[in-house]
Design a protein around this ligand. Sequence first.
Ligand SMILES: C[S@@+](CC[C@H](N)C(=O)[O-])C[C@H]1O[C@@H](n2cnc3c(N)ncnc32)[C@H](O)[C@@H]1O
Length: 210
Amino acid sequence: MSFREKYSRIARHYETLEKPLDRFFCPLRKKAVSFVKGKTLEVGVGVGKTLRYYPNGVELCAVDAVPEVIEIAREKARRLNLNVCFEVADVEKLPFPDGSFDTVLSSFVFCTVPNPERGMREIFRVLKPGGRAIFLEHTKSDSVLLNYLFLLPLKLPLRLLLDDDPLRKTHKLVSKHFEIEREERYYRGIVRLIVARKPVGSKTFKAPSP
Ligand SMILES: C[S@@+](CC[C@H](N)C(=O)[O-])C[C@H]1O[C@@H](n2cnc3c(N)ncnc32)[C@H](O)[C@@H]1O
């Protein structure tokens, strides 16, 4: 079963399942959103847990590969009186021209994206030169002990439930493509907030072929 089928099945229960983690992760979502400026794209918006942190008047587009979660996010935006353009889209093949956005934000998405290199290249492509990419992601810890004792035992259940790989080195992938402005490590690097920039004057990758 693909991540799309898994998320579409649990969409209505996602917030309840994640509730115990909210007091740890929601303040980090709020902090990630505080770095957003200008025309913004959020990839993998899910049920819209970041939406309440955006200021009114932000020019925001949000995509996710799963229609059922987008519908919940759409309802949430309506309640918050936020004007968001939602689209069902894969971060590996974004339906936007090169250099469309000042900021792209991803919150707990790259642990699931099937081909993270492709997703990263797409974020790079749709950003304007000098634009910001913000990542709040589950990542492999800097502590070998934590990786073996905590993340490795979590890997199988998370993979089965959500296609989530908690041992991904997304921070390395970000630094391969972007200039890092700031990297904050939480819980010994199990979660990282990375603020990065597409270098001014950098070449743009071609959109992936269909
Ligand atoms: C763990 S949830 C996080 C949702 C939200 N960003 C948050 O902070 O709560 C991961 C989300 O990423 C989406 N996702 C995973 N891979 C994707 C892809 N390749 N393209 C678009 N969305 C994707 C999933 O459908 C899911 O909604």
